[in-house]
Design a protein around this ligand. Sequence first.
Ligand code: C2E
Ligand code: MG
Ligand code: MG
Ligand code: MG
Length: 288
Amino acid sequence: AAKKSGKNAFLAFDSQMFLMSKNRLELERDIRRGVENSEFVVYYQTQFSAKSNALVGVEALLRWMPPDGSVIGPSEFIPVAESTGLIVDLGRWVLFQACTHARSWADQGLGHIRVSVNVSARQLRDPGLLKDVIRTLAETGLPPSLLELELTESLLMDDVEQAIVFMRAAQEHGIQISIDDFGTGFSSLAYLQKFPLNRLKIDRSFITRLPGSGDTIVTAIIGLAHSFGLEVVAEGVETESQLEWLQIAGCDIIQGYLLGRPVSEEQVRQVLAKRSGLKISRFFRQEV
Ligand code: C2E
Ligand code: MG
Ligand code: MG
Ligand code: MG
């Protein structure tokens, strides 16, 4: 960051130093205050069908925007929020925001867009999680099939039995489930068959190596997912050649900077409003 010029680079650098200089207690207090002062914002990143080019979903990604104008990414505060348990309240709030927004897009005729919400280990251990989710769906009126919960592979492996119980119950309510960062967590094939799932999200570290050294693994994951009846999402797609490779390989859904960075709810609404006739690839980027 220090090498970059411009005001934003310095802001990012400062806020990072600021966070690093704090002990956990101070950071915890700041997060709490941030929550009270409404400094947290849910951003959304679009997901497109690799086949029809339609916009099929968005992933909710949390941002912290303190009054100094900086934007702090989740990797800088989620670990503390996790270990202090603050993630339970914060996660509940993200879920409510995401469901409220998705419902309002549908109400405004902008489409039935699925919203994916990340769930961390501490949240999954909370026995009230499923009840919270179901209550939030009822309160916001979002159809359960438009909500997807993203669980990371390593999180599922922490406590496989509990994860399966949660996933079964969630799916019985019509909620969708995906495994995030797939390929990094050493889950066995047997578990893939056991887990009630809708899709696998291939970890960005493999997508980065397409076309090339990632080919074998990504081909294998797509084949594996399809043989279990699951859809495949590629995350972190940044180049035209990655996109083309994935389309030919039969990947189902594409997410990445190439097609859109995480943006505010207002910006998502603008994309949705314009979306009819939009195509991913060159076409899409010309129009947006
Ligand atoms: P994730 O769920 O794997 O989300 C994907 C991350 O990759 C996001 O980072 C996204 O901005 C980034 N990304 C997307 N496309 C590209 C691309 O083309 N290139 C590159 N280099 N990056 C791309 P972000 O927003 O910083 O989030 C990081 C992680 O923080 C997420 O990883 C997720 O595990 C966690 N997280 C984010 N929001 C929440 C939340 O509301 N609750 C919980 N529990 N965790 C969250
Ligand atoms: Mg995710
Ligand atoms: Mg991921
Ligand atoms: Mg990740």
